[in-house]
Write a protein that binds this ligand. Structure first.
Ligand code: NAD
Length: 353
């Protein structure tokens, strides 16, 4: 079980350090090797995704990443920007399935802008297709219409049934590890592409008789997510709808430092990272919340290494830490105990049991 560890920039190294400590404490014989990605790689070898890192990532079973980017590289030419490294690694590893849980621990219910009773205990998983749809479809571009002489912008929403089937399977499999319900999102009333989406999802569901499948139009889903988000278990979406809905869902929790993510390929090899960025404003100060990264490590154990019990062990430890009142600055509220990055890591280790 080989893990490629890419701390990245800003708070990346600080939060990754804590996740690595937690993984080591589980005593699972995981092999971990560090590489450079993002701004630190540009500084060291003038490439955001150096060859050595490409090899490390290809050879590994999973990649655990911190975050990349920062103001030091913002004015670089595009090919020498940290984000370029991130896009390249996702593409190179063919990560088509993005899994983003939005969980609101009862202790953090006040962090949300929604009423606590609407969101307390929220636990949903968005499964978003990541390599197709209108973001990649051809033709695309802006051209001048020869008849009218005005500019026309064009993008193409396109999905092949094989692409729909493989992401639907990821959602059904994920639901099996949760509450066994999938709600598939489309806009079949006006978009033929998403009519095919619905048809193929229904066909695929016949292989999963234990999973309850429902469908919802994307506009209604956007409303339902703020009205009654706890009705959902797994939400299955295409690339564009998922882009929008996953940000909406993550903000229901109000705490960016708590949200993990996974991006998987056909064989459940994955890139695991917190949903937040490199937080340059607090980097190097020992203030960052490491829990999103620690929870990303738990997702890695669940989805790539199929160690559900170990994933739950980490998640339970995080719950205990919150119940014991430990809070980093991003989730602090009066009456709780403010701790830094390392002390939060210590608390998780102590709660591992
Ligand atoms: P950000 O997520 O880095 O920060 C937004 C705010 O949330 C900041 O105030 C930050 O201090 C806070 N925050 C984020 N993570 C935190 C944590 N773990 N603990 C405590 N507070 C936390 O977003 P941004 O400021 O828009 O972007 C900063 C840099 O990160 C940019 O260079 C951007 O390109 C990059 N970025 C990288 C990724 C990635 O690596 N996947 C994702 C998003 C942004």
């Amino acid at each position: 079980m080989k893990i490629c560890v890419l701390p990245g920039d800003g708070i990346g190294p600080e939060i990754i350090e804590q996740a690595v400590r937690v993984l080591k404490a589980l005593d699972l014989k995981l092999e971990m090797e560090e590489g450079l990605l993002g701004g630190c790689a540009i500084d060291a070898v003038k490439a955001p995704f150096p060859e050595a890192t490409q090899k490390l990532a290809k050879d590994a079973d999973a990649v655990l990443m911190g975050a990349v980017g920062g103001p030091a590289w913002d004015n670089n030419p595009r090919e020498l920007r940290p984000e370029r490294g991130l896009l390249r690694i996702r593409k190179d590893l063919e990560l088509f399935a993005n899994l983003r849980p939005a969980i609101l621990y009862p202790e953090l219910a006040n962090a949300s802008t929604l009423k606590p009773d609407v969101v307390a205990g929220l636990d949903i998983l968005i499964v978003r297709e990541l390599t197709g749809d209108v973001y990649f479809g051809q033709p695309r571009g802006i051209h001048v219409d020869p008849t009218s002489g005005e500019r026309v912008g064009i993008n193409t929403m396109i999905y092949a049934e094989s692409e729909i089937r493989r992401i639907a399977r990821v959602a059904f499999e994920a639901a099996r590890k949760r509450n066994k319900r999938v709600c598939s999102i489309d806009k079949m009333n006006v978009l033929e592409c998403t009519q095919l989406w619905r048809d193929v999802v229904i066909e695929t569901a016949s292989d999963y008789p234990d999973i309850e499948l429902s469908h919802m139009l994307v506009d209604n889903a956007a409303m339902q997510l703020v009205k009654a988000p706890k009705q959902f278990d797994v939400l299955l979406t295409g690339n564009m709808f998922g882009d929008i809905l996953s940000d909406e869902a993550s903000m229901l929790t109000g705490s960016i430092g708590m949200l993990p993510s996974a991006s998987l390929d056909e064989n459940n090899k994955g890139l695991y990272e917190p949903s937040h960025g490199s937080a340059p404003d607090i980097a190097g100060q020992g203030l960052a919340n490491p829990l999103a990264t620690i929870l990303s490590a738990a997702m890695m154990l669940r989805y790539t290494f199929e160690m559900e019990d170990q994933a739950v062990r980490i998640e339970d430890a995080v719950k205990k830490v919150l119940a014991r009142g430990y809070r980093t600055v991003d989730i602090f509220e009066p009456g709780t105990q403010k701790v830094g990055t390392k002390a939060m890591g210590d608390a998780v280790l102590a709660a591992l049991g």
